[in-house]
Design a binder for this molecule. Sequence first.
Ligand SMILES: Nc1nc2c(c(=O)[nH]1)N[C@H]1C(S)=C(S)[C@@H](COP(=O)(O)OP(=O)(O)OC[C@H]3O[C@@H](n4cnc5c(=O)[nH]c(N)nc54)[C@H](O)[C@@H]3O)O[C@H]1N2
Ligand SMILES: Nc1nc2c(c(=O)[nH]1)N[C@H]1C(S)=C(S)[C@@H](COP(=O)(O)OP(=O)(O)OC[C@H]3O[C@@H](n4cnc5c(=O)[nH]c(N)nc54)[C@H](O)[C@@H]3O)O[C@H]1N2
Ligand code: SF4
Ligand SMILES: [Mo]
Length: 695
Amino acid sequence: MSEGTAARRRLKVVCPHDCPDTCVMAVDVEGDRAVGLGGDPEHRFTQGFLCAKVNRYLERVYSPERILRPMKRVGAKGEGRFERVSWDAALDEIAERFREVIAAAGPQAILPYSYAGNMGLLSFGSMDRRFFQALGASLLDRTICASAGARGYEATAGATIGCDPEAIVHARLIVAWGANVVSSNVHQWPFVEEARRRGARLVTVDPFRSKTAEKSDRHLALLPGTDAALALGMMHVIFRDGLEDREFLERYAVGTEDLRRRAREWTPERTAGTTGLAAAEIELFAREYAGTQPSAIRMNYGLNRHAGGGMAVRTVACLPAVVGAWRHAGGGALLSTSGVFPVDHDALERPDLVPPGTRTLNMSQLGRILTDETLDPPVKALFVYNSNPAAVAPDQEGVRRGLAREDLFTVVHELFPTDTVDFADIVLPATTTLEHYDIHKSYGHLYVSLSRPAITPLGESLPNTEVFRRLAARLGLDDPCLRDSDEDMARRAFDWNHPRMAGITFERLEREGTVRLSVPDPYVPFAEGGFPTPSGKCELRSEGLAEEGCDTLAGYVPPRESVASAPELAERYPLAFISPPAHHFLNSTFSAQPVFVRREGEASVTMHPDDASSRGIAEGQMVRIHNDRGSFLARARVSDAARPGVVVGLSIWWAKMCPGGRNANAVTGQELTDMGGGATFYDVLVDVELAEPAA
Ligand SMILES: Nc1nc2c(c(=O)[nH]1)N[C@H]1C(S)=C(S)[C@@H](COP(=O)(O)OP(=O)(O)OC[C@H]3O[C@@H](n4cnc5c(=O)[nH]c(N)nc54)[C@H](O)[C@@H]3O)O[C@H]1N2
Ligand SMILES: Nc1nc2c(c(=O)[nH]1)N[C@H]1C(S)=C(S)[C@@H](COP(=O)(O)OP(=O)(O)OC[C@H]3O[C@@H](n4cnc5c(=O)[nH]c(N)nc54)[C@H](O)[C@@H]3O)O[C@H]1N2
Ligand code: SF4
Ligand SMILES: [Mo]
C-alpha cells in the first residue's frame, strides 16, 4: 500500500525508557510510517499526555542521526569513525573474536554491559542473559541506579511495595524525598495536584531547589547524604512528644524500643548540625508529618546515590510505621512499585544456564574492571547494549582509559552515535519501541502492558532479542531456549498463577493492551501489617542486614566525602557536587536531540552566590569543576537554588558535547554504597575555579 492512500490507524505502544511512569502511547500510523503520537487517554496513569521528551519521539525515531546499519571501526578507538558492513560480516566477526577470547582466556573474559536504556522485560533481560550465560561469560551486577535504595527499602518493608501511586490523591501531606517528581516522575504529578486541591501540603526534601521544590509548600534543603539523620531527628521529636502510633508499632513492627533509644540521641540540635537544616524546621516538619494523616513519602533515588544510600532509604522507610501512615489509602511510602509485579525472571533469563563458579562484576566499577591488571581473567571483550557507560558510569577517566585499550574488543548495540559508540570495534543498529515487540511492568504504577510493533524496523535495525538469537546460532550454542520467539518469552514473563495476576491472562493482555494488577483499588498493602519481611513485620531492626556487615538497626551512615566526614579532603575540595537529571534528558538518552539541547542550553553548574563570589565567579562564566579524579567544564549559574556548600550540575550530557569532552562523571567515583553495591554519584567533593581569564 502506498503511503498516500493508506488509511490512518492508531496503535498502542509502551514507552520503554528508564522512567517510573511506563506510559502507554497512542501512535498514529499511515502505511508504514508513524505520523503522530501522544499519551493514551484510556490509561489511568498516562492520562493522555507524554513528557516533554517523548512528545517529540518521532524526531528520535526518524532522526537523520540514527544508526541504521552495522558498522566496523576504521579510525582510532574513541574517534568514532566507521565503515558499513553487512549483518553477516558483523556477526561473523563478533563470533570469531569471541571464540578467540574464549580460547585464550576462557569465556569469563567476555563481559556484557547493559542497563535500562530499554525497560521492556524482553529488551532489558531475556535472550541477552540466556546467550551470555550459555556462553559462560562474566555476570554483571546491575547496580548503577537503584540497588542501594532497593536493598534498604526491602530491609525495612520486605519488598519494593509501597503506597498506591494513584491513591496519593487521598494524602493530606506529601513528601517528595530525594525525588524530583515534576521532571522524573511527571505522571505522578497530577495525583499530587489533585491531593493539593483537596487540601494536601507538599514538602520537598532536596539539597537543590528542583522544579518540584519550587512548586512545594515547603522545601527542606538538607546537605547531600544526610537524609537518615533527618529521619532520625524526626523520630526523636515524634517519640519525645508521644506522637507515634503505638498500636501500629506494637502489632506490626519489630525493633521499636531499639529505634526509640537510637532516636533519643538525635536531638533537633544534633540533627541540625548534621543536615544543615535549622532545629526549628526539623521540629516543625516532624510534628507536621506525625500529625497529618494520611501522609505519603514519595522517595525516588536521589537519596540513594551516597555511601549511606541503603541506610538512608531504609531509615526514611521506617517513618510511616512510626506514625501509622500505612493504615490509610494514600498513606505510607513509595520508592518503587517493582516488587508488586510477579515477574518470572527465571523463565526470562534462565539463570540455570550459568556455569557454576562464574564471577560477577559490578557495573559501577567499569573503569576498574577494564584497567585492573590483576583481574583474572582480564576482560578482553565487552558487549554494550541499553547503556552508554562512557557518559554515565562514574570515574569517566578510568572508563575511557579502559575503553581505549587496543586489546579490548568492544561491540555496541545502539540507536545513536553515543560516547560509547565512539569506542566500538563493531556497532550494531537497534530498533525503537515503535519497531519491536515487548511486555512491560512498571516501577511507578501498577499496570502490566503489552507493546506490539507499529512500524517495520528502520534500515537494518534489530531488537536486542534478535541480535542475541542470531549470535547464539552463530556461536553454535544449542540450548532450545536460545531459539524462543519474543512471544514465547512474553508468555512466560509473569507468574500468571500469582494471586496478583488473578483474572489476568496473556490473551487478555493481547486484547486489552494494559491491565491493572489484581490488587485492591486503592491498594493499601500494609494497612494491617503483612510486610513481606522474614518477621512479617516492618523491620526497624533487620537481622538479615548483619550478613552484609550493616547495622541491623535503622540509623545513619554518613557520606564518604563531605566536609564533616572527610575534613582533610574538604580542605582542598570544599563543595559537595550532585548531578541529578536535567528536565529534558533521560540519563544520557535525548541528550543529543537538537530540540532538547536547545532547551537545556549547555552544560552548566548552579552554585550559591556565596560560594561563587568567594571564588570570583560570576553568572555565565566558564568554570572548571575538579577533584583528584578529574575535571570538566561548565557554564556557571549563580543562584540560591543551590544551597551553600553544594554545586549542582544537571545531567547527563554526552561528554563529547561538553567543552573539553568530559561531563559530570569526570569527578564522580567508583566507591560503592553500604548496601546493594550501588554507585555513589552524589557523594563527591569538588572545587570550582574560573576557566577563563577574569574580565
Ligand atoms: N526527565 C528525566 N526523568 C528521569 C530521568 C532523567 O534522567 N530525566 N532518569 C530516570 C531514572 S534512571 C531514575 S533512577 C529516576 C531518578 O529520578 P529521581 O530520583 O527523581 O532523580 P535523582 O537524580 O535521583 O534525584 C532526585 C532529586 O534528589 C536530589 N538529591 C540529590 N542528593 C540528595 C540527597 O542526598 N538527599 C535528598 N533528599 N535529595 C537528594 C536531587 O537534587 C534531585 O532533585 O528518574 C527517571 N526519570
Ligand atoms: N553523574 C551522574 N551519572 C549518572 C546518574 C546521575 O544522576 N548522575 N544517574 C545514573 C542512573 S540513575 C542511571 S539509571 C544510569 C543510566 O545509564 P544508562 O542505562 O546507560 O542510560 P542512558 O544514558 O539513557 O543510555 C541508554 C542507552 O541505551 C540506548 N537504547 C535505548 N533503547 C535500546 C534498545 O532497545 N536496545 C539497545 N541496544 N539500546 C537501546 C539508548 O539509545 C541510550 O544511548 O546513569 C547513571 N549515571
Ligand atoms: S519517559 Fe517517562 S514520562 Fe516520558 S513518555 Fe516515557 S514513561 Fe512517560
Ligand atoms: Mo536510574
